[in-house]
Design a protein around this ligand. Sequence first.
Ligand SMILES: Nc1ncnc2c1ncn2[C@@H]1O[C@H](COP(=O)(O)OP(=O)(O)OP(=O)(O)O)[C@@H](O)[C@H]1O
Ligand SMILES: [Mg+2]
Length: 218
Amino acid sequence: MSLRAVDLTKIYLVGQGVKALDQVSVDFPPGSFTVVTGPSGCGKSTLLSILGGLERPTYGEVWMGERRVDRLGEGELARLRLGSIGFVFQAFHLLADLTAAENVAMPLRLARRPAARERALELLEQVGLGQRADHYPHQLSGGEQQRVAVARALANRPAVVLADEPTGNLDSRSGTDVIALLRRFNREQGQTTVVASHDPVLLAEPGRVLRLRDGRVE
Ligand SMILES: Nc1ncnc2c1ncn2[C@@H]1O[C@H](COP(=O)(O)OP(=O)(O)OP(=O)(O)O)[C@@H](O)[C@H]1O
Ligand SMILES: [Mg+2]
């Protein structure tokens, strides 16, 4: 699915107002893998939140295929996020009281998909954690937790994957593993993938890079 931002501007109404994004227009073609980079505070997280319908722009448009995302109501947005978008965050955000398999199965259960546990186990197998399905997050390393989070993000076969600093809390080895996973799923399943990062490993690889500075595309 294509993802497109048209003249996105985001102003946070705090103090004198913070312009986090300033007329950002960018196209993410179907199946593309894009790294969004730039200095701290340049607007990477804001861009991903708006692309994923977690926040609304002050001005501008977000399109997912033929659908205009920024105009959807809350219920439609929630359904879109659940069924079509996979999020991966820096801090993993796994539910502490659920096992790895239950975490991965959660979006499937919310979407009332059949055979949630079987699909969750299959996904954990794909991220190399088949043996850890019944472990709780605190029993897993950071890198393993993030691989569970990637499996969960992919559970509902989303058309779009958005990852905000997915390697930010990981050592370089685990970070490389997580990036390799995101790349492999993108290559094999064609999710349109956008990764915000200043990880030099990721930036050293060939591919599309979007550079932001002070809320603008460089
Ligand atoms: N909820 C908010 N309220 C007010 N200002 C905000 C809010 N969220 C972000 N900002 C501001 O918007 C700007 C862009 O922030 P954003 O989090 O998108 O940057 P970033 O590129 O992700 O930075 P980092 O690399 O540190 O994660 C910053 O100046 C930030 O202080
Ligand atoms: Mg950020």
